[in-house]
Design a protein. Structure first.
Ligand code: GTP
Length: 599
């Protein structure tokens, strides 16, 4: 097939604007799958993704489309992750194609991630076709949203395609727009040495690691010996071919402009650096493809088994997750309070939540997660620099010259009636406003914020203040020196290392008081009085006391039958499993998470 009949494109959209539904429609209409096979959304394959309706790993699919001009085209749809945590994966994916469909929900309009994603597509020099989805909804306002796309994003939306991915209306127009308005792959030389981009990789239990590649120059053949420039590893290719809906189709070779897969004896996804350049061992290409970037975790937390006997199970489970997610990293950690566990690094908060959820759901593990923490840079008096991933490891303050914390630049879009509350929230979190503008009745406000103030419950607060209407997007910007102190929490005079945190001095007292108050409610009464204190160094800055009480859970089933009593006791016993012993005090697992939510 000639190159001018190939279209490589991605769909960029804000979460929930209908990207996956549109992808399904394109697969269905081009005859890829039957209705029944469509029920499981093909591109979003992981359970949690499906449940949350978010796309995490980039997937791709190759479709044959016979156009109105009678010609058959090959459409390679690259599905991009829709969430800020996965920005780097988005950009790799975009670099593998020439155009983007910009999907905007016609009843919602442009949102924060619409912007973030479309700017990435523009950076990747993409041709962009704006698409207004959900025009079946009574609340759809296509004309207004077109204006908004022009005003806010600055691209021509006069011939935006109006459609409904739900009813199928307008889907043929989308297909025609893809072949008429998006360009074919730019020149690539079939006779040049092989140069291919490693777009993504995933672990398949039957085939091992499957790598998604985009060929730039040369030909990639079965049995060819290739090497990866960054990692230096070399492999003999087992299979090459295309992604068809729900299956892989073998081919003898992949040519310039094509997107496809390869398998070799690659052990884990971590061996494949996304963005790496793949070339021929004997006849290597000159220079790597530009823009390779190491992904760095930005949020860390400790994960510990509730039951110490589960430690090996936890280790095995994490190994399995890592097979499929190279951006998840960890090292062993031991905590005086929590025993043996792992210090884990994540790309962001959503990433953290997903991994935690998968560990407890897929591997049935009861875990305690410590407070999420960002990476602090410590400039030491002896001239060295330390990266601190865990507040519990904080060196002696006398040795520290300066502590720097990561700041983000963020964009928030919201209906203007919620703006006041949102500004207040950002202000409370030490935010610095850098811009405020309006598009109709929607406000777009930009803030610089310390990531530390965002990692706990910023999303939740933003959503509740705006009744779910505000959207948020951020990028980590730089580390800045701030007046940060380590706050310890003492329960019954014993510091609980898992609850210690770095806070800005100006926020320490408020945070300390809030923590003590919450812990007071979260820790059940014991038979003795329990003081709860927040302290900086030796100085107590907040204190609460849990009064003593004898806890008799069966008291309230006055004389009820014995089986009812037993049930209650069993229930309490099960509850015990989720408790940890701190000195003489038992703290329920939930207390750790709940204690860290701030108002
Ligand atoms: P992410 O995977 O998180 O990026 O979301 P998405 O953009 O893929 O959104 P998805 O396709 O999952 O659609 C979100 C919701 O909107 C789903 O409940 C869809 O059924 C619904 N939806 C999608 N397209 C339409 C449409 O044209 N009309 C209506 N009424 N609903 C739609």
């Amino acid at each position: 097939i000639s190159r001018d009949k190939i279209r490589n494109f991605s769909i960029v959209a804000h979460i929930d604007h209908g990207k996956s539904t549109l992808a399904d429609r394109l697969i269905q209409v081009t005859g890829g799958l039957t209705e029944r096979e469509m029920t499981a959304q093909v591109l979003d394959s992981m359970d949690i993704e499906r449940e949350r309706g978010i796309t995490i790993k980039a997937q791709t699919v190759r479709l044959d489309y016979t156009a109105e001009d009678g010609e058959t085209y090959i459409l390679n749809l690259m599905d991009t992750p829709g969430h800020v945590d996965f920005t780097y994966e988005v950009s790799r994916c975009l670099n593998a194609c020439e155009g983007s469909l910009l999907v905007v929900d016609a009843s919602q309009g442009v949102e924060a991630q619409t912007l973030a994603n479309v700017y990435q597509a523009i950076d990747a020099n993409h041709e962009i076709v704006p698409i207004l989805n959900k025009i079946d909804l009574p609340a759809a306002e296509p004309e207004r949203v077109k204006e908004q796309i022009e005003d806010v994003i600055g691209i021509d939306a006069s011939d935006a395609v109006e459609m409904s991915a739900k009813t199928g209306l307008g889907v043929p127009d989308v297909l025609e727009a893809i072949i008429k308005r998006l360009p074919p792959p730019k020149d690539g030389d079939e006779n040049a040495p092989l140069k291919a981009s490693l777009v993504d990789a995933y672990y398949d239990p039957y085939m091992g690691v499957v790598v998604i590649v985009r060929i730039m120059d040369g030909v990639m053949k079965k049995k060819q010996r290739v090497k990866m420039l960054k990692t230096g590893a070399s492999y003999e290719l087992d299979r090459v071919g295309y992604f068809r809906p729900g299956r892989l189709q073998d081919a003898d070779a992949l040519y310039p402009g094509e997107v496809g897969f390869l398998t070799a004896s690659i052990k884990e996804v971590a061996d494949c650096a996304v963005g790496d350049t793949i070339t021929d061992v004997k006849r290597p290409c000159e220079g790597a493809l530009p823009g390779f970037k190491e992904v760095q975790p930005v949020v860390f937390c400790g994960l510990f088994p509730v039951d110490a006997a589960d430690f090996d199970d936890l280790r095995n489970a994490m190994g399995k997750l890592r097979l499929n997610d190279a951006s998840f990293s960890w090292e062993m950690e031991s905590s005086a309070a929590l025993g043996f566990g792992f210090r884990c690094g994540f790309l962001g908060l959503l990433h953290l939540e997903i991994i935690q959820e998968r560990l407890s759901r897929e591997f049935d593990l009861d875990l305690i997660a410590t407070a999420p923490s960002v990476v602090y840079e410590m400039e030491m008096r002896d001239g060295s620099m330390i990266e601190l991933h865990n507040p519990a490891d904080m060196p002696d303050v006398m040795q520290i010259m300066e502590i720097r914390e990561p700041w983000i630049s963020s964009t928030i879009m919201t209906p203007d009636e919620y703006l006041g509350g949102i500004l207040k929230l950002c202000q409370e979190r030490r935010g610095l406003q850098t811009d405020l503008s309006y598009v109709g009745t929607r406000a777009m406000v930009k803030y610089e914020l310390p990531l530390n103030e965002v990692v706990f419950d910023f999303y939740d607060r933003l959503k509740s203040i705006s009744k779910g209407y505000a959207s948020f997007d951020y990028q980590v910007k730089e580390h800045r020196a701030e007046d940060l102190v380590k706050m310890s929490i003492l329960v019954n005079e014993e510091p609980v290392d898992a609850l210690s945190m770095l806070v800005h001095r100006s926020r320490a007292e408020g945070r300390g008081r809030a923590m003590c108050e919450r812990l007071k409610d979260l820790i059940p009464r014991h038979q003795f009085k329990i003081p709860i204190q927040a302290a900086i160094g030796g100085k107590v800055i907040a204190r609460e006391t849990i009064a003593a009480m004898r806890k008799d859970v069966t008291a309230k089933c006055y004389g009820g039958d014995a089986s009812r009593k037993r049930k209650l006791l069993d229930k309490q016993k099960a509850g015990k499993k989720r408790m940890r012993q701190f000195g003489k005090v038992e703290i329920p697992q939930e207390a750790f998470v709940a204690a860290l939510k701030m108002d």
